[in-house]
Design a protein around this ligand. Structure first.
Ligand code: NAP
Length: 256
C-alpha cells in the first residue's frame, strides 16, 4: 500500500472497512513504499487509534540502539500516533542483536511501544535472541507461513509456542499464488468457502498463530473477514494435510 497515488483512496477505504468489520491488527513497516504505507495506515486509523493493534517494523540497518529509537519516532510521525502496539526487527542484519534489544527496551520503557519482536528469525536466531539480557521480552516472530510453506511446523512453531511467542503468518496467500492452486479450490468448495477463506481459516486454527493477509479492495476485505466462520472439521483438516503436507524433516526458514 502507498505505492501508487491513484490507489490510495481505495487502500484507506479498505483498511477502514476492515476496522468496521472488526479486523483490528494492521501490519506495516518503514520499508513499505518508503514510508508511504505507514502514511496510508495513519490516514486510515485517524480518530480510531484505540480500535487498532498497530504493528510496524524497523529496517535491520537501523538496528542500533539509537537507530531503532530514531526509526520508531519517524514511524510514529508518519502513522500520526504516539505508540505502537508491536515493533519488529524486519529481518536479521549485521548489527548486534543486543543493540536492537536495547533500543526496543528503551522504547518500551518510554511507552512508545507496548511490545517488541522480530521477523524472519529461524530457531537458532531465536535461541540467540532469547539468551540476551531483555531478550525474554520478545513477544512475536513474523514469518512466511501458508499452506504451501509449512516448514515452521517442524521446529520453529513449537519452539515459539513453548515460550509464549506469537507467530504472525505473513503472505498467507503466498502473495496470491496459493489462491490459484486447483487443490485448494476443490477443498474450499467442499467447505462452502472461497480459497482465500479456507487458507486463512486453516492458519487461524493453528494455536498461537495470527495471519496478516493484505487486501486492497473492499470485496477482498469482506471475503477474508468471513474466514472466521469456516467450519474446519477434522476430516477436512486431514484432506488439507494430504494436499498440502506438513514437513517431514527440518528445513531452513523461507523468507520473501
Ligand atoms: N515480515 C516480512 O518480511 C513480510 C514479508 C512479506 C509480507 N509481509 C506482510 O504480510 C502482508 C501480506 O503479505 P503479502 O501482501 O505479501 O501477500 P498475501 O497477503 O499472501 O497476498 C496478497 C495478495 O492477495 C490478494 N488477495 C487478498 N484477499 C484476496 C481474496 N479474498 N481473493 C483473492 N485475492 C486476494 C491481494 O489482492 P488485493 O490487494 O487486490 O486485495 C494481493 O494481491 C503484507 O501486507 C505485509 O504486512 C511481511
Amino acid at each position: 500500500m502507498g505505492e501508487r497515488a491513484g490507489d490510495q483512496a481505495g487502500e484507506v477505504a479498505a483498511l477502514r472497512l476492515g476496522l468496521d468489520l472488526g479486523l483490528t491488527l494492521i501490519d506495516t513497516a518503514e520499508m513499505y513504499a518508503d514510508g508511504g504505507a505507514e502514511r496510508i495506515v495513519g490516514e486510515a486509523i485517524a480518530g480510531r487509534r484505540d480500535e487498532v493493534f498497530l504493528v510496524s517494523k524497523v529496517y535491520p540497518h537501523h538496528g542500533s540502539r539509537r537507530g531503532v529509537v530514531a526509526a520508531c519516532e519517524r514511524s510514529l510521525a508518519r502513522l500520526d500516533t504516539d505508540r505502537l502496539d508491536l515493533y519488529l526487527l524486519h529481518w536479521r542484519g549485521d548489527i548486534a542483536l543486543s543493540e536492537t534489544v536495547a533500543g526496543f527496551e528503551q522504547l518500551r520503557e518510554a511507552g512508545r511501544i507496548r511490545a517488541w519482536g522480530v521477523s524472519n528469525f529461524d530457531r537458532s536466531d531465536m535461541e540467540e535472541l532469547l539468551a540476551l539480557p531483555g531478550g525474554e521480552h520478545c513477544a512475536a516472530n513474523q514469518v512466511l507461513y501458508h499452506l504451501n510453506c509449512r516448514g515452521i511446523e517442524w521446529d520453529l512453531l513449537p519452539f515459539c509456542r513453548r515460550r509464549g511467542i506469537a507467530v504472525m503468518a505473513y503472505s498467507p496467500f503466498d502473495e496470491g499464488r496459493l489462491l490459484r492452486a486447483r487443490a485448494l479450490a476443490g477443498l474450499a468448495q467442499r467447505a462452502g468457502a472461497t480459497p482465500a477463506q479456507l487458507a486463512l481459516a486453516w492458519l487461524l486454527a493453528q494455536p498461537g498463530v495470527a495471519a496478516i493477509p493484505k487486501a486492497g479492495s473492499a470485496d477482498h476485505m469482506r471475503e477474508n473477514r468471513l474466514a472466521v466462520s469456516v467450519d474446519l472439521r477434522p476430516a477436512l483438516r486431514d484432506e488439507i494435510d494430504r494436499s498440502f503436507p506438513p514437513p517431514k524433516r527440518a528445513s531452513p526458514l523461507k523468507m520473501i
